[in-house]
Design a binder for this molecule. Sequence first.
Ligand code: G16
Length: 543
Amino acid sequence: MTALTITTAPIAGQKPGTSGLRKKTPVFMGAHYLENFVQSIFDAIGGAAGKTFVLGGDGRYFNDRAAQTILKMAAANGAARVIIGQNAVLSTPAASHLIRLNKTDGGIIMSASHNPGGPEEDFGVKFNMPNGGPAPEAVTEAMYQRTTELTEYRISDAADIDLGAIGDTMLDGMAVSVVDSVTDYAALMETLFDFNAIRAMFASGFTMRFDAMCAVTGPYATEILENRLGAAKGTVTHGTPLPDFGGMHPDPNPTWAHELMDEMFGANAPDFGAASDGDGDRNMVVGRNTYVSPSDSLAVLAANAHLAPGYARGLAGVARSMPTSAAADRVADALGIDKFETPTGWKFFGNLLDAGKATLCGEESFGTGSDHVREKDGLWAVLLWLNILAVRQQSVAEIMAEHFAKFGRNYYSRHDFEAIETDRADAMMAELRGRLAGLKGQKIEGMEIAGADDFAYTDPIDGSVSLKQGVRILFIDGSRIVLRLSGTGTEGATLRVYLERYTPGPDGLDHDPQEALAPVIRAAHSLAKIMEHTGRTEPNVIT
Ligand code: G16
């Protein structure tokens, strides 16, 4: 067995986005594509020699072969040890936990998250730091720079190793530990939540549906919900991870998790429903006849987290991404704890969590998590909800109604316009940015604009500055429009339009969000000239 040095040349476009490098699978499978990026990761973090890494992925198409390549490259770059999930499968939060548990030098996660998988769909690779969190911008930028100058990479010519067999083995001088993908993660969950209370709730007839969407959380949810908590067998559907997610789009939102939505709004609906995404970091929760928006979910979790043993001491603070609604801010104010507003991307929460400033974090894009790992965590959110339901002994609808009555309601929706020509999307944003300074004081749809800007963030811990993180148009009545282009798509551009309107109550708390937001939606179309620039009048996805 030899470590080979392979001559290569830079490949254009290997710039990580919101969460790692995501491309069409055939692109990743192209000559040297994966290898160039992995070598750039190792080079950007000061080499792999003597280091220990975690490796895992969401099991999508090419996951298995990419894992063998990455293992051989780690060995040839002198890594001491790689801890890898069985069959190279780890949910993203489980990978984050293993990095922290084993105090490794970081980890490589193979996932394109909620994007579809398969030979013609999406693949992705990202690096997580020793704290278990996604690499910050300075590090991903260094990786990208390295891809633009790379001339060679190192890879062992050893044979593939059997990733199905749990245990330790050697690969060209490097130790490889194949571990069960679920065990350590499930043990962590048992430390945070009152499993006895949840078990008693299931034993008394509480019913649930968990849609794993043929993605990575199937085995995790089956073990925790059915085996450990006693939920009825069959509670978890689409529980077998498949390389193409069974053709499903594993994005837990009302559009893509429509089977779950139909069941939860149909006759004989279970008490509680949830879905998770491709790599297990996103979640959607839904009660019987009650959809809970991710922004509201964060707020409810913040207001009730103390009911779970792991958070009984209270929260240090709550952080949300800028486009996420301000519902959680109202809870933070009521609790008298700090609140933070960060750019989109879980990586921006890392410093706040490490510094102990925030305990709970959340994003409108169906992500919630806490300081137990450094990724958002779908199953964790579901378990915290279950713990709250077990203690409060109320339905989701009752909990939401009480929450809105106490804090008021931030009506909220996101409208996505997918696969727009990149040039047209860029032109639209550029034109809008050019007009921001003049918007203050203008009236539209009966609402006066209080101000408009392009969100910039200065990290309170390390002082790093991130510019151009999304256009905000703020109205005097507290309503808000945010527009930004997605950083996770692989086809053209996706315009995301975030819409928010606050109603203090006691009246007007039970409208349909799309109706409550109608004037804000019309204002967004007219201010950004969406039709003029993109030719679109309607979004593809509404969440
Ligand atoms: C990733 C990031 C999230 C972000 C989301 C949407 O999620 O980890 O922090 O909110 O993308 O990003 P964008 O609006 O740029 O598409 P995931 O679940 O894809 O890793």
